[in-house]
Design a protein around this ligand. Structure first.
Ligand SMILES: Cc1cc2nc3c(=O)[nH]c(=O)nc-3n(C[C@H](O)[C@H](O)[C@H](O)COP(=O)(O)O)c2cc1C
Length: 350
């Protein structure tokens, strides 16, 4: 039974609305704007250097008008695997040839780091009001450290089993991430995509399975979507895609164009850009290789090999090899300030 029907006793913002952390698409500017508008702004930390993380946390601590969230990934980095790297480069060969790039000169690497003791050392002095995780939770001692700062801890569940696991391991609220959601699936107990279900199937099942507040994520793009999620028992919502075309986002011009075009009606889960399934607008690489290619190496190692291809085509004004992260419902994307998007979504709480 869900014994906490709203998020605000736990996270005292004006609205139980979290702007989803979106690594590579926004930083503190977006988070500050959402906090000022009464939502919970988020800082995605997965792709930040230690120095950048520290600087962004300083901005949030000194300028945020309300509770803010910092988000980390919890994956286990894979062992270097040269054979897997060369299979991946082989799969990409036609694209390298077209772009005139020598794959032997493309360095391997991931570019996304998990939460660790060293990261905790940076974060601790800032005692963030909220810390959220994707891909599970850090090791128990690290999680206990985060909780000792007084931070409210959230993590994404994509199945009822994951929600129960997160509850048993000490989260304060569960983010129910439906299949519609843009970006990476937070799945961590299974890699079986057949287990992944839509927000309106997942949310009520998690609400009845756990005793914690449940935050609905995936496909929510306007006040009606917020109302529908709250009617299904959500204690709050987390919205990502609808914020991607705000001036405060760092989304590229090509990505913005795609989000606001008919192309955004067709998204797929793909492993091509990182190695883990993530939802983005279908582009040429996804069409020609298939979105879930067997040679894509373990997360996050797929990224480096695609990076120069992405850069090559983007320089030509093309998105052939760009990750165009988007949820299934990009209808909320507008070139409007994050405060406006927040206010429009918040009407769903009236
Ligand atoms: C561009 C993009 C990047 C994302 N990056 C992250 C991330 O760094 N950490 C995280 O926990 N979730 C990330 N997500 C997933 C969101 O937390 C959330 O589940 C999703 O945006 C909700 O669905 P919606 O996009 O339909 O609103 C990302 C989503 C998008 C669209």
């Amino acid at each position: 039974m869900n014994c906490n029907s709203t998020l605000t006793p736990l996270i005292p913002s004006r609205y139980p609305l979290i702007q989803a952390p979106m690594a590579g698409a926004q930083g503190s500017a977006m988070a500050l704007a959402v906090c000022a508008a009464g939502g919970v702004g988020s800082l995605p930390a997965a792709m930040l250097s230690p120095e950048a993380l520290q600087a962004e946390l300083q901005v949030l601590r000194t300028q945020a008008a309300g509770p803010w969230n910092v988000n980390f990934f919890c994956h286990t980095p894979p062992q270097p695997d040269p054979a897997a790297e060369s299979r991946w480069r082989e799969a990409l060969r036609p694209f390298y040839e077209e772009a005139g790039i020598d794959p032997a000169r493309v360095p391997a690497g991931g570019g996304r780091v998990p939460f660790s003791r060293a990261v905790a050392d940076i974060v601790e002095p800032f005692a963030p009001p909220v810390v959220s995780f994707h891909f599970g939770l850090p090791a128990p001692d690290l999680l206990a450290r985060v909780k000792s700062w007084g931070s409210v801890v959230l993590s994404s569940a994509t199945t009822v089993e994951e929600a129960l696991w997160l509850q048993a391991h000490g989260v304060d609220a569960v983010i129910a991430q439906g299949l519609e959601a843009g970006g990476h699936r937070g799945m961590f107990l299974t890699s079986e995509l057949g287990t992944q279900i839509g927000t309106f199937a997942l949310l009520p099942q998690i609400v009845s399975a756990v005793k914690l507040p449940v935050i609905a994520a995936g496909g929510i793009a306007d006040a009606d979507g917020v109302r529908a999620a709250m009617a299904l028992g959500a204690a709050g919502v987390q919205v990502g895609t609808a914020y991607l075309c705000c001036p405060e986002a760092t989304t590229s011009a090509l990505h913005r164009q795609a989000l606001m075009s008919e192309a955004a009606r067709h998204t797929e889960l793909t492993t091509l850009f990182s190695g883990r399934p993530a939802r983005g607008i279908v582009n040429r690489l996804m069409r020609e290789l298939g979105p879930l290619h067997p040679a894509a190496p373990a997360f996050p190692m797929a990224t480096a090999a695609v990076a120069p291809l992405r850069a090559h085509f983007e320089a030509l004004g093309r998105t052939d090899c760009s990750p165009l992260w988007s949820g299934q419902n990009a209808s909320g994307c507008r070139n409007a300030p994050a405060a406006e998007i927040t206010a429009a979504l918040a009407r769903g709480f009236e």
